[in-house]
Design a protein around this ligand. Structure first.
Ligand SMILES: NC(=O)C1=CN([C@@H]2O[C@H](COP(=O)(O)OP(=O)(O)OC[C@H]3O[C@@H](n4cnc5c(N)ncnc54)[C@H](O)[C@@H]3O)[C@@H](O)[C@H]2O)C=CC1
Ligand SMILES: O=C(CO)COP(=O)(O)O
Length: 346
């Protein structure tokens, strides 16, 4: 039994804390919102983010960050990507060396183009943590909290930290694999959200399964092309954090990115969409970051470009689809192959 703090009491932080409670760990769930803590303690539910689920009786809820992380072996960061740096800065004074840092967040920071673990390493450079682990895969909180079979990957440059995370979380309904390719695993989790926005847009426009299958497949081609240039193992994109998460996010009614895309497809604009969602839609910021990055690195990403134009330049979604369908003729597989040839030919 380990003492673990989970930072972020949204749907995913709560679901991961429940898995840890099921595994008999001593779990402290931290929220930055005092009202949320009070309601959760009173109702034994997370009314806003996972309303149908009763919280385990052994979960402890904190707003005091120092108390939440006191004497813990591992911290699991599950705040939205935009809050990662601020959360690291707040927790830094209370951290001791040897801590294991795990995160379940999915995003890329605009301008810096940092992955989540890169932001954590930069903000927490003053401590000698034992490793940073990304926990990612096809895993909607709503289903994990119902204990439906789910598989994820714990990726770290540090093998021991990845195995520690596997031991911490694995049980009969939550199967955890390990990987050394943290670059690929984090990119898979972040980039699929862009394509899920696209799948939602396509459905919102009233297009059918052919269009969605095309988006998923050509989306996978362009996100794995970028990931290969950024140093990911392309095979990671055939795994749980790649195609696995892409499928679930593009097809599940639980996906906030798909739902937001659907509203864009029906003609709503950014502010209306975000107001209506009221929950984290990571794909919006990640689309901005990846659009910048693809221009900087000259990686062709036509779907991401189209989604960027819908979200940030108010281009009509129908216009974007028409453009994607009629752009220059090209070959299907050669493009990713050429990235790999360039990369391995030195
Ligand atoms: N919901 C899901 O099924 C999954 C979500 N994720 C990822 O987990 C991360 C968190 O997402 P969700 O839990 O779904 O979001 P959510 O929208 O359900 O909840 C967000 C939580 O973060 C808190 N928060 C917002 N700003 C904060 C700040 N500055 N400091 C501390 N807390 C803050 C909110 O109060 C809320 O409790 C995202 O990166 C998401 O992509 C990953 C896998 C599954
Ligand atoms: O990453 C997720 C499932 O693996 C959650 O996706 P959404 O943020 O689109 O709900």
């Amino acid at each position: 039994m380990k003492k673990v703090a989970v930072l972020g009491a949204g749907s995913w932080g709560t679901a991961l804390a429940m898995v840890l409670c099921d595994n008999h760990h001593q779990v402290r769930l931290w929220t930055h919102n005092a009202d949320q803590k009070e309601t959760m303690q009173k109702t034994k539910r997370n009314e806003k983010y996972l309303p149908d689920i009763k919280l385990p009786s052994n979960i402890e809820i904190f707003t005091d960050l120092e108390k939440a992380v006191d004497n813990v072996e591992a911290i699991v960061f599950v705040v939205p990507a935009k809050a990662i740096r601020q959360t690291c800065q707040k927790v830094l004074p209370f951290l001791s060396d040897d801590i294991i840092l795990i995160h379940g967040s999915k995003g890329i920071e605009p301008d810096s183009h940092y992955r989540i673990s890169e932001m954590m390493e930069e903000e927490l450079a003053n401590i000698n943590f034992r490793g940073v682990v990304a926990l990612s895969g096809p895993s909607h909180a709503e289903e994990v909290s119902l204990k439906h079979p789910t598989t994820v990957t714990a990726a770290s440059k540090n093998d021991m930290a990845a195995k520690y995370t596997q031991d911490l979380f694995i049980n009969e309904y939550f199967r955890v694999y390990t990987s050394k390719d943290i670059v690929g695993v984090e990119l898979g989790g972040a980039l699929k959200n862009i394509i899920a926005l696209g799948a939602g847009i396509s459905d919102g426009l009233g297009y059918g399964d052919n269009a969605k299958a095309a988006l998923i497949t050509r989306g996978l081609a362009e996100i794995s092309r970028l990931a290969a240039v950024l140093g990911a193992n392309p095979l990671t994109f055939s795994g749980l954090s790649g195609v696995g998460d892409l499928i679930v996010t593009c097809t599940s009614v639980h996906s906030r990115n798909w739902r937001a895309g659907n509203l864009f497809g029906k003609g709503q604009k950014l502010k209306e969409v975000l107001d209506q969602m009221g929950m984290t839609v990571e794909g919006v910021r990640t689309t901005e970051a990846v659009y910048q990055l693809s221009n900087k690195l000259k990686v062709e990403m036509p779907i991401t470009k189209g989604i960027y134009e819908v979200i940030f330049e108010q281009r009509s979604p129908k216009d974007v689809v028409d453009h994607l369908m009629t752009r220059n003729r090209t070959t299907e597989i050669e493009d990713i192959a050429s990235v790999l040839v360039d990369r391995y030919s030195d």
